[in-house]
Design a protein around this ligand. Structure first.
Ligand code: HEM
Length: 148
């Protein structure tokens, strides 16, 4: 039999190679400023949670630094508009944004409480606030984040 056309196998291999090269070479979509702020916040959050497994008076200054960083990044994230807004009809955007800002106000207020709890060495209180922040993350992502 004459092979004037590339075989199905060959075409599949070329397609696969193209996909692999594409995925390797093409840049991922740039993180939004909000994503960057939340990514920093997440690292700090993990550090603090980890540290709280064996809290001590001597680690307090480091914990305070981390808590302040969390509060700072919460404020940064709150200053941007979620990507999801672009997917909504324009007559729904104002309400969406108002809801987002209300929830982020609550979140940043709780980050203030986090800083205060850490400053006073109240580790049980700190853990409770971290739990609450995690719940808010879950709810916030469900409501305001584009699902991928
Ligand atoms: C402990 C608290 C939180 C952590 C650790 C956290 C973590 C993250 C991370 C790592 C991202 C970027 C990567 C990704 O999309 O998965 C992100 C994105 C996002 N988060 Fe959170 N988050 C927290 C709380 C919240 C809260 C309270 C809200 C809203 C009330 C929220 C809304 C969003 C939105 C809207 C995005 C997408 C950013 C965009 O649209 O540009 N997050 N978060």
């Amino acid at each position: 039999m004459k092979h004037s056309h590339p075989s199905a196998l060959f075409r599949t291999a070329v397609l696969l190679a193209a996909l692999i090269i594409g995925a390797t070479v093409l840049p991922a979509p740039a993180a939004t400023p909000m994503e960057k702020a939340f990514e920093r916040l997440e690292k700090s959050y993990k550090k603090l949670s980890e540290g709280l497994k064996s809290p001590s008076e001597s680690s307090k200054p480091a914990f305070v630094e981390i808590a302040r960083q969390i509060r700072k990044d919460a404020g940064v994230a709150a200053g941007y508009e979620p990507k999801m807004i672009a997917t909504l009809p324009s007559n729904e955007r104002a309400e969406f944004l108002a809801e987002f800002r209300k929830d982020m106000d609550q979140f940043t207020a709780d980050c203030d409480k986090l800083v205060a709890a850490v400053e006073s060495g109240d580790w049980a209180g700190t853990s409770k606030i971290l739990d609450s922040l995690r719940q808010q993350k879950k709810a916030g992502h469900k409501t305001f984040r584009v699902q991928d």
